[in-house]
Design a protein around this ligand. Sequence first.
Ligand code: NCD
Length: 328
Amino acid sequence: MATAAFAQEVVPAVWPHRHLLDLERLTPAEILLLLDTSAQFKEATEGCRHKLGVLAGTTVVTLFFENSTRTRTSFSLAARRLGADVLDFSASGSSLSKGESFIDTARNLEAMGVNAVVVRHKTPGTPHLLSQHLSVGVINAGDGPHEHPTQGLLDIFSIRERLGDLNGVTVGLVGDIAHSRTARSNLWGLIKLGAKVIVCGPPTLVSERWRELGVEVSHDLDAIIPRCDVLNLLRIQFERQNTRPFPSVREYAHLYAMTRDRLRRAKKDLLILAPGPINRGVEVTAEVADCPQSLILDQVTNGLAVRMGVLWLTCGPRESLGNSGGRS
Ligand code: NCD
């Protein structure tokens, strides 16, 4: 499909937001619009391989204050696939070390004419704060343990691509629910699209209070495996904890790692997801990570599609989107 035709015909939908801060406050229709737009970009770029150029003349800055491999590269590549210029800002070596505030740094970047800021920070709420001070789009690439909306979207995108619909699908989120932003974004998105969510892990990492959101809580992976259509295996976020939430990694793996034995007791078409980075032998064994039911690398490709969709909807030309004003 030609670039101009794509811009005019394929994405005429109304997207009412300037930013993408979390999935908690999006409606099911808005989440579906993000997923559908991403699917159109995946198709139009032949599996995220080719360039489209619809964001030519736009500049996207990635502002990462926490480590990242997949997310940062994926945003940069997605922006480039759409023809945008990308500025990868590094906190180390910047004037932040000279005492400049985070907001001032971002406002200086805005004054250079950037159109969107993709931000990752260890403090929950940082993207929300930034969105109150900038007039350009702010996209949350992970705010501490709070949310990671594009990861939630790409996980849901990958499930939907295989199963067609989320309604009635049972998804087990396994691992460090307490500190995982991926868990939170998945949870909100999945509930809104009608999936049944089970959060599973040791009691120190999976609170009973999740039940208040209509989610099932389990501490017994073996008990839930036969009921799940999808398992999303989350890494233990040791970097967010001062004490160990269980006696040893070996014991954790014994109870919660997805192994070949456990796979035998699952539905035969169970889908295995993991946001990465994976720790082979801790939350998932190498055999399961590389098995045919594993979507781990599909998730990475779909991350590009989702980030193209998000960048387009948040900083694409207003007139093509049919929404010139009133965006929040
Ligand atoms: C996730 C993150 O950073 O929250 N990874 C990612 O974005 N690919 C999950 C994790 O680090 O475990």
